[in-house]
Each structure stands twice: as structure tokens, then as C-alpha cells.
Ligand binder design. Sequence first.
Ligand code: CDP
Ligand code: MG
Length: 143
Amino acid sequence: MEQTFIMIKPDGVHRNLITEIIGRFQCNGFYLKGLKFLKVERSIAEKHYEDLAGTHYFPALVGDITSGPVVAMVWEGNNVIVKCRKIIGASDPTKWEPGTIRADYAIEIGRNVIHGSDSIESARKEIALWFPEGLSGSESNLY
Ligand code: CDP
Ligand code: MG
């Protein structure tokens, strides 16, 4: 089944949105396969956003992601990548749809509380980067 990487960014953690955000993903037939709370090293943040290296906002973005702890998660389910991106909301603040996490909680494009993989390739890359030890939730066969 498809998997995606979701991260509550430091601004979301700082604003006590962890349980609220996780709850948004729990009611959609998605399965939580990995979760950790960590303050990430600069090299991981740079690798995570390597496609954006060279943009004017890259230094601020890496600074933000390394500014405090994040909640890194892997969720699994049918079409989970696209569905999670819908739950998260658009990148562009002018397109934030009502009811999405970003519409409800983000403040601006650089303070948008959450990340979600945008394709199968990025999901694979991001899961391997953030969970190099593998996924401890993978052994469950309760469902
Ligand atoms: O996060 P998402 O995939 O929706 O957007 P992105 O285009 O992959 O950009 C990654 C992150 O860079 C965004 O979530 C913002 O935090 C940041 N960003 C920014 O600060 N200023 C921009 N003009 C574009 C993106
Ligand atoms: Mg992105």
C-alpha cells in the first residue's frame, strides 16, 4: 500500500497543534506506520528540501525546520499521498481551501505548520531520509 511522509513543522509544534493535526489523518482509513518527535539536523533539512536549494527562501526554510522539534510521521493507505495533500491544503496561501489544515492554522506561506510528500518518488525519498532505521509500525497485522 502507498505511504507518505508527513511532518508537523516547528511552528505547528510550538503552537500546540500536534494532536489537532494528527487527528485530521486518523479518520480516513489511513494507518500510522511511524512517528517520532525530534529536532532535526541541518543536513537532513537541507537534503529534505534539496529540490528548493537555490530559491530565495531556501535559507529561511532550512532555518525554520531546524529551529525546534518536529513530528515526523509515515501514513499508509490507498492514494494516501494525494489525499493527505488535500487534507493539508495548497502551498499558495491564496488557494487555501476551507477546512484544510493550512486554511485553519497556517499564517503565511513560510509559516504553514505542515509538510506532506507530493509524489511517490518524494515520499520514498523522504521516508528513507527521516526513517533510515525502518518503520516500527510495519509489523502490525491487526487490520
Ligand atoms: O509545502 P509544499 O509542498 O506545499 O510547498 P513547496 O513548494 O514544496 O515548498 C516547501 C516549503 O517552502 C513550503 O511549505 C514553505 O514552508 C516554503 N516556501 C516559502 O517559504 N516561500 C515560498 N515562496 C514557497 C515555499
Ligand atoms: Mg513540497
